[in-house]
Each structure stands twice: as structure tokens, then as C-alpha cells.
Design a protein around this ligand. Structure first.
Ligand code: DAH
Length: 342
């Protein structure tokens, strides 16, 4: 009996080597393990064997059965993989990294300018921060020295959401969190989309971009503010830009300013764009109010700082000469792609 089992094993090994498709392996399975299969047949013969030999023979046949089962399973898996590979090979292949033959996408003008300004500030040692568009009342107002019922809130008609949080009306809303995250000294810029319930027209949108910046250290003064703004704007416009400061009121800075740049169209001589003044309003800014520093956990005995809220959307419009702000959110590729050839 031992020889019969061994012979069957050898013939199975030979047959398996020849089986080359899943159908053939299946036939093999039936011919060895099926109801009338040769291994099954051997098992049936067991009943005729008597005495002590029966146990050894039974073990031998069962070992053969397990061997056949596991070899068939392995070969089935191998063939399935090979057949799958062949099927993939036979179908048409797509290179998902190939540029489209149709129309190439491009960056939005705001993205282009945002990245450019980020790079400039990065080269001046500023970190670039990202922050949520949904913030708390505390972050957007209270921590910025704008208590409840302060009239400054009326300037920013706010979208509240049901849980009491709100869509940030200005990037200043991230100041507190960023001060708390890093402490002083600190140089950071943080761009974001902002939202206000505005009636839209050529120069007003309910969704627009700002880029806030803060610099906090020992002995920071207005001269530092002017220096950084001038350097940044000269880089963005690739020419020397004159700036001037006018007083401006914002509860979170003291003193506060409106920063104007010399008109890009007429160079400061006066034209319709600058309403004959020679200046364009671009960026409110100021020295951070001690209450705001304290709320951010900064020691006001030791540190001072400046902050600015660059109107990124406004900057984009100036840089590209865009007359209607609504175009930027229009999603119209025809309109937007004029500016995005790079
Ligand atoms: N957050 C103000 C606004 O959107 C702009 C602003 C003014 C930001 C003065 C500043 C600042 O950082 O110093 O109306």
C-alpha cells in the first residue's frame, strides 16, 4: 500500500507540473480529490485493511490528501495571478501623469500672488501659517480687543453658524492662536479666505482673501513695519514702491494706520484710478495693542510687535489690472486663464 501511495504522489506531481490553466488544475483536483478521484479511491480501500497496518496506511493517505490539496491551492493562486496580469497587459493602458491633450489647468491668480508673497516673507524669516476658516467669537473679536457690542463689529457683517462659531471675517482672527502656538519672538504670515455678508459689486465680494502678518520681538517699532512692507511691495511689483502711512482706527492696534502705495498707473502724478491723489490704499496695519498681546500670552513689558492685514484680493486686482472683483470667484476659465499663463 505504501508504494501505491508514493506512486500516486509522483503521478500527481507530474500531472500538476503539466497543468497550465485554472481549468486544467480544476480537472486535476476532480481526478484526485473528487468523489471518484484516485485519492478518494484509496481512502475507500481502507476498510479492507485489517489490524495494525490500517493506522499507518490511513496516515499515509491523509498526508497525501493534504499534500494534493495544498499544492492545488498554491498552483490555482499562481495561475490566477498570471491570468490577471495577462488580462491587464491585454487592456489599453493609461498614463495618468500625461498632460491632457485638451486644456491644461492653471493656478488661480490669487494663488499665484499668494505664493509669491509667501516666498518673499519666507525669505525675510517669516513662517507661513494656515488656520481654520471657521473660528470662535473669541478668536475673531474678543481676543482682538473687540468686545461684544463694540461698534467695530458693525464693520464686519458676520456669517454665524448654528453652533455659535462663525466664518472668519478677517485673517486677524488667527493672531491669538498663532501667538499662543509660538510665543515671542515671532514672525508669521497667515493667508486665508475671509467672509462678510456684503452686497456684491465691482469692488465688493462676500468671499475674499487677506494675508495677515505679525512680527513680535524686543524693540519692534513702526520703522520695522515700514521697512518690511516696503521691501515686500517692491518685490511683488518688481519696482521701488513708495509708501505712506495715514492714521487709521482698528481696536487691535495702537497706533493704527492705513498704508498707501504710490499709484501704479500714474506713478503718483494723479489719475482716475487713484482719484487724482497719487496714492492707493492697500494695507491697514499698526503696532499690536497690549491687550491683544496679553490675550496671546505675550509679555508686554518685554515685547512689542506690528501687524498688518494685506488685502490679497485687492493686491491681485492691482497687479493684474482687474476691474471687477467678481471675476475672481466666477470660475470662468476664459476670464481667469488670461492671467495664469505661468
Ligand atoms: N483685520 C482688519 C480688517 O480686515 C485689517 C487689519 C487692520 C489687520 C489693521 C491688521 C491691522 O493686522 O493691524 O478690517
Amino acid at each position: 500500500m505504501k508504494e501505491i501511495i508514493e506512486k500516486l504522489r509522483q503521478s500527481f506531481i507530474g500531472d500538476l507540473a503539466k497543468a497550465d490553466s485554472s481549468a486544467q488544475v480544476n480537472e486535476l483536483r476532480i481526478s484526485y480529490l473528487g468523489k471518484k478521484g484516485s485519492v478518494t479511491d484509496l481512502l475507500k480501500q481502507l476498510k479492507d485493511i485489517k489490524g495494525s497496518e490500517k493506522k499507518t496506511v490511513a496516515e499515509g493517505i491523509n498526508a497525501l490528501k493534504s499534500f494534493v490539496e495544498s499544492e492545488i491551492a498554491a498552483k490555482t493562486a499562481l495561475i490566477a495571478k498570471r491570468e490577471e496580469d495577462a488580462a491587464i497587459e491585454a487592456t489599453e493602458r493609461y498614463d495618468v501623469t500625461m498632460p491632457s491633450a485638451e486644456r491644461l489647468g492653471s493656478l488661480h491668480p490669487v494663488t499665484i500672488i499668494q505664493r509669491e508673497v509667501e516666498e518673499i516673507f519666507e525669505s525675510m524669516g517669516f513662517t507661513i501659517e494656515d488656520y481654520s476658516e471657521i473660528v470662535t467669537d473669541y478668536q475673531c473679536f474678543e481676543s482682538l480687543n473687540i468686545p461684544k457690542h463694540h461698534p467695530a463689529r458693525d464693520m464686519q457683517d458676520t456669517y454665524y453658524i448654528e453652533n455659535g462659531q462663525l466664518l472668519k471675517t478677517h485673517t486677524s482672527a488667527a493672531q491669538n492662536a498663532i501667538m499662543r502656538k509660538y510665543g515671542a519672538p515671532l514672525r508669521a504670515v497667515f493667508p486665508s479666505r475671509c467672509f462678510r455678508n456684503e452686497a456684491t459689486d465691482a469692488s465688493h465680494e462676500n468671499t475674499f482673501f487677506q494675508m495677515e502678518g505679525i512680527m513680535i520681538d524686543e524693540n519692534i517699532s513702526i520703522s520695522n513695519l515700514i521697512y518690511f512692507m516696503k521691501s515686500m511691495l517692491s518685490e511683488v511689483f518688481r519696482k521701488d514702491i513708495n509708501v505712506r502711512l495715514r492714521p487709521g482706527f482698528f481696536p487691535f492696534v495702537e497706533p493704527g494706520f492705513e498704508l498707501d502705495i504710490s499709484c501704479l498707473i500714474c506713478g503718483g502724478d494723479g489719475c482716475p484710478t487713484c482719484k487724482q491723489s497719487g496714492w492707493l490704499e492697500l494695507c491697514p496695519c499698526g503696532m499690536i495693542h497690549p491687550n491683544v498681546l496679553t490675550a496671546g500670552g505675550i509679555d508686554t513689558e518685554k515685547y512689542t510687535g506690528f501687524a498688518f492685514g494685506l488685502g490679497l484680493t485687492r493686491l491681485v486686482m492691482m497687479k493684474y489690472g482687474i476691474k471687477d472683483i467678481r471675476m475672481l470667484n466666477s470660475g470662468s476659465l476664459d476670464a481667469l486663464s488670461q492671467f495664469t499663463s505661468k
